[in-house]
Ligand binder design. Structure first.
Ligand code: HEC
Length: 321
């Protein structure tokens, strides 16, 4: 097999794998226009953005989503958003102590009477969990359990871009209308032609005939990026249902939802960008170390290859070969 055929076979396999993902999935996550800086081989997390992302997580997401693989101390470790070289041991970092103490947690160690008390968290404590167990989480969220966000960017196809797209992709108010069915049921109706990335556009409906409507199930929210199938809820051409699916999480971000401490304007896309970057950092807090180690390794290998080449030249200098 020639090298070209091997490459062609590889490309075909990759294309097939790609289309397998697309089937039944949501719209392709597009991420922010400029992309995320940490995605390039030498790119880094933006410390400011990761700090703001922590604020968004803390003020918006933490009431439903835990991050149990993280401890407050991680925020102040090297590569973390609140790392301060003055405090190589994050447990001593006063800012990290203060951030931890903002959270009341149930002390895992009983008091002298054998009771469990609440106390402010310490840097060594894992992030506070919003619910004591899954049953309570499900009861509070109409039966759905908000997934732990510690490694969510690793657990979802598209990673941080998916997070960004999901958070910014909910239909805007103009696409939503309310009506009562002949049976007296209250209906939330979505016009997919007004939803970016639903794959259906008003101009000739993308060539698919008339645009139908989506009837949103009670307690569920349409999002074009959520992997799923909208056929059952679509009143329109069943061969071309809108992309995406329904999930039990209502839209979370609205302009000005948080007030950033550093004065950055809290638009929906800014908050989505920051929280996605924070979650990407949380999923791989050692990314920076890994990249610098990789760079050092490559530099060493190049140096070693040159050394070998010149030694070879020198040793065989006088030999006819
Ligand atoms: C009011 C509670 C609530 C809040 C606040 C909340 N979520 Fe959720 N979230 C949920 C629930 C419930 C689900 C599960 C939805 C389902 O499976 O249908 C979910 C699911 C998710 C998912 C997984 C989607 C998937 O692909 O399965 C992500 C990612 C997510 N939330 C991120 C966030 C982020 C980021 C924030 C903060 C900006 C946030 N959530 C705030 C309740 C919440």
């Amino acid at each position: 097999m020639s090298i070209l055929r091997i490459i062609a076979a590889g490309a075909t396999a990759a294309a097939l794998a790609g289309s397998a993902f697309a089937a039944g999935g949501g719209a392709h996550p597009h991420g922010p226009a400029e992309g995320f800086p940490f995605e390039s081989p030498l790119g880094k997390f933006e410390k400011d953005s990761v700090q703001r992302g922590y604020q968004v997580y803390k003020e918006v997401c933490a009431s439903c989503h835990g991050m149990k693989l993280l401890s407050y101390r991680n925020l102040g470790e090297k590569g973390g958003p609140f790392y301060d070289p003055e405090y190589p041991n994050a447990n001593d970092n006063p800012l990290v102590k203060a951030l931890a103490a903002e959270n009341e947690i149930l002390d895992p160690v009983p008091n002298e009477f054998g009771e469990y008390d609440f106390r402010p968290a310490r840097p060594s404590d894992p992030f506070r969990s919003p619910y004591a167990n899954d049953a309570m989480a499900a009861t509070a969220n109409g039966g759905a359990i908000p997934p732990d966000l510690s490694v969510i960017t690793k657990a979802r196809h598209g990673g941080a871009n998916y997070l960004y797209s999901l958070m910014t992709g909910y239909p805007s108010q103009e696409a939503i209308s309310y009506e009562t069915s002949p049976e007296g049921e209250f209906l939330t109706v979505i016009d997919p032609s007004l939803v970016r990335s639903s794959g259906i556009y008003a101009e000739g409906a993308g060539g698919h005939g008339d645009v139908g409507r989506l009837i949103q199930p009670l307690g569920q929210y349409y999002n074009p990026y959520m992997p799923g199938d909208t056929t059952a809820q679509y009143e329109g051409d069943p061969r071309h249902p809108p992309k995406g699916g329904f999930l039990a999480m209502p839209p979370q971000l609205t302009d000005g939802r948080v007030t950033y401490l550093d004065g950055t304007e809290a638009t929906v896309s800014q908050m989505a960008y920051d929280v996605a970057q924070f979650l990407a950092w949380a999923g791989e807090p050692k990314q920076q170390n890994r990249k610098s180690l990789g760079l050092a390794t490559i530099a060493y290998l190049v140096f070693f290859a040159l050394l070998l080449w010149f030694s070879y030249k020198r040793i065989w200098r006088k030999v006819e070969h």
